[in-house]
Design a protein around this ligand. Sequence first.
Ligand SMILES: [Zn+2]
Ligand SMILES: [Zn+2]
Length: 142
Amino acid sequence: MKMRRHTRQRQVILEELRKAPNHPTAAELFGLVKVQVPRISLGTVYRNLEQLCEDGTIRKVPGTGNETRYDGDLTEHWHLRCRECGHIHDVHGPVSVETAGKTGLRLGWVALEQRLELIGLCPDCQTSGVAAKSEIKQEPYS
Ligand SMILES: [Zn+2]
Ligand SMILES: [Zn+2]
């Protein structure tokens, strides 16, 4: 295993990420970290986040496009994601892909990644009327 320097900057970045409620982007984290480490640069925050991902200390939220969002919570959970505002809500507890994972294991597969997310509209975006009412009526889970 490679030895990595655990700098204070890294520690602050990790702490802020774990405290943040909404899977922040590097830029959002930069704003939070700067309060404690005023001389830090966005590039440093970004590099540290990439290293933390490589280490497996944190992970990227899959499919967030060019605005990569980071997740400091490695426990098994899945996401509710709002299509309009990008809000990501963690849902802990049993996930239905678990069965898929177990089946894969039984068949000798190695799971590299697990993705389960529900993309929709958060309560705020529904009331602000960003989506057509007709679209909301198509809700299949009610
Ligand atoms: Zn929303
Ligand atoms: Zn999460």
